[in-house]
Design a protein around this ligand. Sequence first.
Ligand SMILES: *[C@@H]1O[C@H](CO)[C@@H](O)[C@H](O)[C@H]1NC(C)=O
Ligand SMILES: *[C@@H]1O[C@H](CO)[C@@H](O)[C@H](O)[C@H]1NC(C)=O
Ligand SMILES: *[C@@H]1O[C@H](CO)[C@@H](O)[C@H](O)[C@H]1NC(C)=O
Ligand SMILES: *[C@@H]1O[C@H](CO)[C@@H](O)[C@H](O)[C@H]1NC(C)=O
Ligand SMILES: *[C@@H]1O[C@H](CO)[C@@H](O)[C@H](O)[C@H]1NC(C)=O
Ligand SMILES: *[C@@H]1O[C@H](CO)[C@@H](O)[C@H](O)[C@H]1NC(C)=O
Ligand SMILES: *[C@@H]1O[C@H](CO)[C@@H](O)[C@H](O)[C@H]1NC(C)=O
Ligand SMILES: CC(=O)N[C@H]1CO[C@H](CO)[C@@H](O)[C@@H]1O
Length: 466
Amino acid sequence: MNIKKSLLVTLGLLLLVTVCLGGRTFKNLNQNNNNNVKDSSSFPIYWYNQTLNHFDAQDSRTFMQRYYTNDAYYDYSKGGPIILYINGEGPVSSPPYQQGDGVVVYAQALGAYIVTLEHRYYGDSSPFEDLSTENLKFLSSRQALNDLAVFISDFRKNLSLSTEVVTIGGSYSGALSAWFRVKYPHITVGSVSSSGVVNAILDFTAFDEWVAYAAGDECATAMRQVTQEVEQAYFGGQADEIRQIFNAETLVEDGDFFFWLADSNAEGIQYGYHSQLCDPLVDAMNNGTSLIKTYALYTANVWTGSLGTPAEYATAWQQNTTHDINNSADRLWLYQTCTEFGYWQNAPAENSIRSSIVNMTYWRDHCEQVFGIALWPDVEATNEYYGGNQTAGTNIIFVNSSQDPWSRASIITQQYPSEPVAMVTCGNCGHCSDIRVDCPGGCDTPNNLAQVRQVTLQAIQSWLAQ
Ligand SMILES: *[C@@H]1O[C@H](CO)[C@@H](O)[C@H](O)[C@H]1NC(C)=O
Ligand SMILES: *[C@@H]1O[C@H](CO)[C@@H](O)[C@H](O)[C@H]1NC(C)=O
Ligand SMILES: *[C@@H]1O[C@H](CO)[C@@H](O)[C@H](O)[C@H]1NC(C)=O
Ligand SMILES: *[C@@H]1O[C@H](CO)[C@@H](O)[C@H](O)[C@H]1NC(C)=O
Ligand SMILES: *[C@@H]1O[C@H](CO)[C@@H](O)[C@H](O)[C@H]1NC(C)=O
Ligand SMILES: *[C@@H]1O[C@H](CO)[C@@H](O)[C@H](O)[C@H]1NC(C)=O
Ligand SMILES: *[C@@H]1O[C@H](CO)[C@@H](O)[C@H](O)[C@H]1NC(C)=O
Ligand SMILES: CC(=O)N[C@H]1CO[C@H](CO)[C@@H](O)[C@@H]1O
């Protein structure tokens, strides 16, 4: 039975489409697009009665998991493949549907039926209203993959003309997409892993290094200078003033504040706002304008406008155990990183853009403070289980983007014969650019996005023909 849980939810949630992870949590990347063919609220919500714990036969509890479908490109008289669009660490309020969204581009070319399941715990798919640490123990990538397996098998039976399933996901869900192919190869014919962070890296200093590389020398120098000036003022007795300048009064812990400061510029690069971030900073550095003020304009207008709020970085915010459709993702994703993945975006020893406060000590304390117990991820176990950067399956295409620092946790050189790689190379080409609607700053030349999508489409077509 597809149970409509609540109409209020349909009305309440806005157009959050292709979701793709950020520095610490998901971002709703396509929400500002104007080419909507259909309003996201017009997609009905469906509910799937899901098993809470796939790994304990004595536990029969269930919860309701939200999903959406989009059959606009599917021909019921002919049938066609199913695209299972996998969601990651954030709420979902529609299937992919916008013109130009990579998933839609593929669905149109393939005549595919799109179905998308919200990840357990996120958005309105939480098994518990109380997100206390004890209740989070069923939040794991392994449970999530098993959710997908039972869901899509059931869903496929209902669509009698269709048999073949292709998974697509981006970022954490890009990793899930690859791992789903590895762990459940009998259910799909292949997988697109966009910016798939398959390698769980504990001390992820390469992230900051790639931010510097992708930013370019001048911009990286300007960002380092911002950090230094902020550190000087902050530790020179002006911490309150500095927090005020950045509307970050809630970040009372030094580590939270400096991680936010770092992530706000990293995300500018990561999500393709290179020009909006770098152009004014480099100008200001060259013409003697205050770098702190220039940076504060960027965080207020560009970053806060599209990517987040400083408040979400606060330990106190993440300690909040009340389930909230829109506001729990930070706590939940932190739990996943503290238990499975790490990806701690630490300051490198040399030439760091971020403050050296953002280090392993910060994350160790942060995991413990937020969850009340000393959680720490065994990333070696995670990589042994899935394969890390040797993730070995057939018919998986790993697509990355040239400016994306998360590409350092993905697979960018081909490892196995039937695991091709592709790289979207362009200016402002950030995380998951292949499955987004557009580069927010406009994809700059050289721009091979269309070509990479063609390569991806051909890969999918070859799997379907096998
Ligand atoms: C498939 O159809 C059955 C019977 O109508 C329904 O109970 C089930 O929820 C459907 N599964 C999915 C994934 O839609
Ligand atoms: C969630 O966020 C959306 C979009 O910002 C908003 O319209 C909705 O009211 C929020 N829902 C809840 C339950 O907070
Ligand atoms: C979900 O399935 C369980 C076990 O089959 C059943 O007891 C429960 O009533 C179902 N929940 C809903 C809301 O249908
Ligand atoms: C210096 O650069 C900043 C940032 O782009 C700009 O706002 C400002 O107008 C420039 N000042 C001068 C004197 O060129
Ligand atoms: C915790 O989150 C809930 C739901 O968003 C909110 O109503 C409540 O005010 C928050 N508690 C604190 C202490 O911030
Ligand atoms: C992290 O930075 C803090 C503050 O500077 C310092 O006390 C701590 O020793 C550092 N930890 C590591 C692992 O470098
Ligand atoms: C794979 O990851 C390991 C550990 O993170 C790293 O040492 C190694 O260089 C990586 N290999 C490739 C091919 O990226
Ligand atoms: C296919 C492709 O473009 N591969 C590139 C991936 O990125 C590395 C650098 O990080 C390049 O050396 C490869 O050519």
